[in-house]
Design a protein around this ligand. Structure first.
Ligand code: ZN
Length: 325
């Protein structure tokens, strides 16, 4: 994770890990991470041989890890003979030359003028990942909750990428965002659902638009209507989803003798204020959240969305959340 990876080059990686790496990228951006990752030779998106990042196990085992490791004392790239003398490798000239010529000039210049990244970064026993000068993650011990805390710590700054992008189609002021973030804590008991809401706020849920961009899906068409998929399309604009959302709201109002008529913003993030009784509001917001999760997972698994299926599931969930059914 300390390397300058790009998920699109990591072949055969299960979707879960791709998502995880994408998510981790977001985290690194939030913390303005600069671990000199572009100095790392392997899995570096700037150093490609045959269109793919390099990984040479023999070099890795000999601690040849950064561009600096390929420079001589004058700051020039090693010749093949210097390389062999220094590292005693079985690497042949062709392989050596491919890597050397794949390193962009500007990275060689940068390497010449900077200290090599600290080698402990990559040793297998060290799982401490420094996000910034004050924050480290214990990679082998970190649980979802810890990542969640790290993200949480950053969310009260106003110019978050997720909320900023949402602001182009929603009208939520800083105060409203603050309430939405705070409501995350109590919105439900299930961590999985909380995380989903959190990712939605930060726009890091994956739709076919993103899957297509990463080369995982052949097209970016919505499963239900065939229009271009996206986060907005999945939760707001798809005609099938619009009908479904309205039927869920009608069902809820009929079952609870209520008159909720949420705005676009409230459909996305829940109702944060209004003349409602606390319990029924909580139940409504939970239902809206679970509805989005149901839409999202159904779509991911190529399944249709049905009110009757949703109602069965949400009634079951009410019991876990201890709402009246
Ligand atoms: Zn659609």
């Amino acid at each position: 994770m300390s390397s300058n990876y790009d998920v699109k080059y990591i072949d055969g990686l299960p979707l879960f890990y791709k998502n995880m790496l994408t998510f981790f990228d977001e985290l690194k951006n939030l913390y303005s991470y600069d671990g000199m990752q572009d100095m790392v030779l392997f899995n570096n998106r700037e150093i490609l041989v045959g269109g793919k990042p390099v990984f040479i196990k023999e070099w890795f085992d000999r601690n040849i890890l950064s561009i600096q490791d390929l420079l001589n004392s004058n700051g020039q790239l090693l010749s093949f003979q210097e390389f062999i003398n220094k590292y005693d490798c079985n690497t042949n000239f062709l392989q050596f030359y491919q890597v050397i010529s794949a390193i962009p000039k500007y990275l060689v210049t940068k390497a010449r003028n900077t200290e090599p990244p600290e080698n402990e970064l990559y040793t297998r026993n060290n799982f401490l990942f420094p996000l910034d000068a004050y924050t480290q993650i214990q990679l082998e011990k970190a649980k979802t909750r810890d990542f969640y805390c790290l993200l949480n710590r950053k969310i009260h700054t106003v110019s978050q990428t997720g909320p900023m992008k949402w602001n182009s189609i929603t009208r939520l002021d800083e105060n409203a965002w603050e309430k939405i973030f705070t409501s995350l804590k109590n919105i439900c008991k299930e961590t999985k659902l909380k995380e989903f809401q959190f990712k939605l706020i930060h726009r890091i849920v994956v739709t076919k638009k993103e899957l297509h961009r990463y080369g995982i899906k052949a097209d970016d068409e919505c499963l239900y209507c065939g229009e271009k998929d996206s986060i907005e399309h999945t939760f707001l604009n798809c005609q099938f989803v619009k009908i479904f959302v309205n039927s869920v709201i009608d069902w809820f109002n009929a079952a609870n003798n209520s008159k909720f008529a949420p705005t676009i913003e409230e459909k996305l993030f829940g109702i944060i204020s209004g003349p409602y009784e606390k319990e029924i509001l909580k139940k409504f917001n939970y239902t809206i959240l679970f509805m989005k999760y149901y839409i999202y997972t159904s779509k991911m698994h190529n399944q249709a969305i049905h009110l009757s299926v949703f109602v069965d599931r949400v009634l079951f969930k009410y019991r876990i959340e201890k709402f009246d059914c």
